[in-house]
Design a protein. Structure first.
Length: 289
């Protein structure tokens, strides 16, 4: 899991030496979420530009792929070409109706059968682990596009809602940036991106797993639910996934998608409250004009 203080180390060491200035203010938007599914807050100010977010996501993804290749973990293997194409098509549909359709989205499939997860890094950089589709321990039916869309729309929402940099901006507001910068520079870290990566992630697992607050996970559930419905995927699939997950959560596996969410079924219950409106959006999209 990527912790905010570790991400700060990365931002101080990696971004500043690259000559990319921070946006110095993160004014809160007056926009508020409404009662309807689609009335979520869309404008989020952070201390980082979108250019910076894309750079962060690109760096993380490149480092992840580099580590996997050193460990002989398959990345975008030929046997997964059809699956990757399907995922790309699903992502394009979701991205088109999202709040950030012009992000440079890209998808990679990681051949790790024991990792039941997927992520979307800042800037739309998506990683999907093959364990997500495992018939016994997985979360998604590999033949069900709606279930795949349910997972991907949630992950894409983390990027479009700017959750990573919003968390870091909150830490900066508590003056954490200055103290960590002093510690890092005092230790003679310099501008080494590799050192920053080592500081940022737990290399014992060789995995990059962004860690978000429960508040942001809940927001991604809502926004992702709307995205998948708007993109023409049956939102009932999302409810089904998380009802099953409530009974299958592995509390000891920190790499699992189950690990960062409640195990009591509250996630599915929350989505059920939005389901009538989600179905309304979905039916409108699939009905002929």
């Amino acid at each position: 899991m990527v912790r905010p203080y570790k991400l700060l180390i990365f931002l101080v060491i990696f971004l500043l030496p690259q000559g990319i200035p921070f946006e110095t203010s993160a004014k809160k938007s007056k926009e508020k979420a409404g009662k309807h599914l689609w009335d979520y807050k869309r404008q989020h100010k952070t201390s980082f530009s979108m250019e910076q977010e894309i750079k962060i996501g690109t760096h993380y993804l490149q480092e992840q792929i580099k580590i996997f290749r050193k460990k002989n973990v398959g990345v975008d293997l030929p046997k997964h070409a059809k699956l990757k194409n399907r995922i790309n098509n699903i992502v394009r549909k979701i991205a088109k109706v999202s709040d950030m359709p012009d992000l440079p989205y890209e998808v990679h499939v990681f051949d790790m059968p024991k990792v039941v997860n997927a992520y979307c890094l800042p800037g739309g950089k998506i990683g999907v682990f093959t364990g997500l589709f495992d018939p016994q321990k997985g979360l998604v039916d590999i033949n069900n596009d709606a279930q795949i869309a349910a997972i991907l729309s949630h992950e894409i929402s983390h990027a479009t809602m700017r959750h990573a940099t919003r968390q870091i901006s909150s830490a900066m507001a508590l003056n954490a940036l200055g103290s960590i910068a002093s510690i890092a520079l005092g230790a003679g870290v310099g501008s080494s991106a590799q050192f920053a990566f080592d500081s940022l992630f737990s290399l014992s697992t060789n995995l990059i797993m962004p860690g978000y607050s429960r508040k942001h996970e809940k927001e991604a559930d809502r926004v992702g639910f709307y995205y998948m419905s708007k993109a023409g995927f049956n939102p009932e699939a999302a409810v089904q996934i998380w009802e099953q997950a409530a009974n299958r959560k592995d509390k000891h596996d920190k790499t699992s998608a189950f690990a960062s969410h409640p195990s009591d079924g509250s996630r599915a219950k929350a989505l059920k409250k939005w389901l009538p409106e989600a179905m309304q959006v979905y039916r409108k999209e699939i009905s002929p004009p």
